[in-house]
Design a protein around this ligand. Structure first.
Ligand code: SF4
Length: 301
């Protein structure tokens, strides 16, 4: 059995660094609470709770000495509120998210109206907009929404994207705004980590050596499901949460297995799946080879 990992999969660099910072803090005996899940993966949440860092949903709920802000970032006022409550802050906000906070501030100071392309309920977008005067920005998700606003009222407009969006899907939305207000400019704020995972999953599914694909990720992870939807039409694919979901029947007459994973899937869950495959091959006296692309953990922006 030959098992190949996609050349890009799993945690993006921002979440990888955030996860490391929290684990290092917990490993040194730190006691803290994370505001919102670090990633949408129950295993990670449970692991961190076991290490002494539980998840809370409001600053008021924190009883520990330290509050952790996740990679998605928070509004500046949350920092003030946490400090006023006497909390220390472990800030794991991704540097690309901070770039957008800075760009938004600069654009507002230059007199622009802000348009965030994204989901108003997403924590990252709440981080950008929570503290702003509501008349200074819009959050737009669809062409219909874009058409419903009179953009000519604004002298200049700055368009910023939620980092995990596929900008191509929103091209029409931005064009509506640009057509109505020529003083519109875009900030290139899309992070390519998600798209890289998707492109790599497609390459894996097209690999003639791969007969079957395992997509590893949380049941409620939208980006994991998206990877499955990419792979499924090309190769027989199974969406699993971890090694316990593997079914020996799937691998009858299979010699090449491809593995990809959603952006909220930690490495150790992927490694457990590979170990289980190694064991299954061993039990059948089959040779086992694991192919890991050399730069699989490197995600340049
Ligand atoms: S901006 Fe990109 S690298 Fe940073 S947390 Fe979001 S997806 Fe990850």
């Amino acid at each position: 059995m030959k098992v190949k990992r996609a050349d890009k999969y799993g945690f993006c660099s921002g979440v990888r660094i955030a996860d490391l910072k929290v684990r290092r803090f917990a490993g040194q005996g730190g006691r803290g609470a994370i505001l919102g899940q670090v990633v949408h993966n129950e295993r990670v949440v449970e692991d961190l709770e076991r290490l002494g860092v539980r998840t809370v949903h409001a600053i008021e709920e924190v009883r520990e000495p330290v509050i952790v802000f996740s990679a998605h970032g928070v509004p500046a006022s949350f920092h003030e509120k946490a400090k006023a409550q006497g909390l220390e802050i472990l800030d794991t906000t991704c540097k690309f998210v901070y770039d957008i906070h800075r760009e938004a501030r600069r654009s507002l100071e230059a007199g622009a109206h802000l348009v965030f392309i994204g989901d108003p309920k997403h924590r990252e977008v709440i981080g950008y907009t929570h503290d702003l005067d509501p008349s200074s920005y819009h959050i737009i998700q669809s062409v219909e929404q874009a058409r419903s606003v009179d953009w000519s009222r604004y002298g200049a407009i700055k368009v910023l994207y939620q980092t995990t969006l596929n900008a191509e899907e929103y091209e029409e939305v931005v064009r509506v705004i640009e057509a109505a207000q020529p003083g519109t400019s875009r900030a290139d704020t899309v992070c390519y980590a998600t798209k890289e995972n998707q492109d790599a999953a497609r390459r894996l599914a097209e690999d003639p050596e791969v007969d079957l694909i395992l997509v590893v990720g949380g049941r409620h992870s939208a980006n994991t499901r998206h990877l499955y939807e990419i792979c499924h039409p090309l190769k027989r694919s199974h969406l699993i949460q971890g090694a316990a979901d593997l079914d020996r029947e799937w691998f009858l007459e299979v010699t090449g297995v491809g593995i990809t994973a959603g952006a909220s899937t930690p490495d150790y869950v992927i490694e457990e799946v590979e170990e289980r495959l190694r064991d299954m091959a061993g039990e059948e006296d089959l040779p086992f080879e694991l192919v890991v692309p050399p730069d699989s953990r490197h995600r340049p922006r």
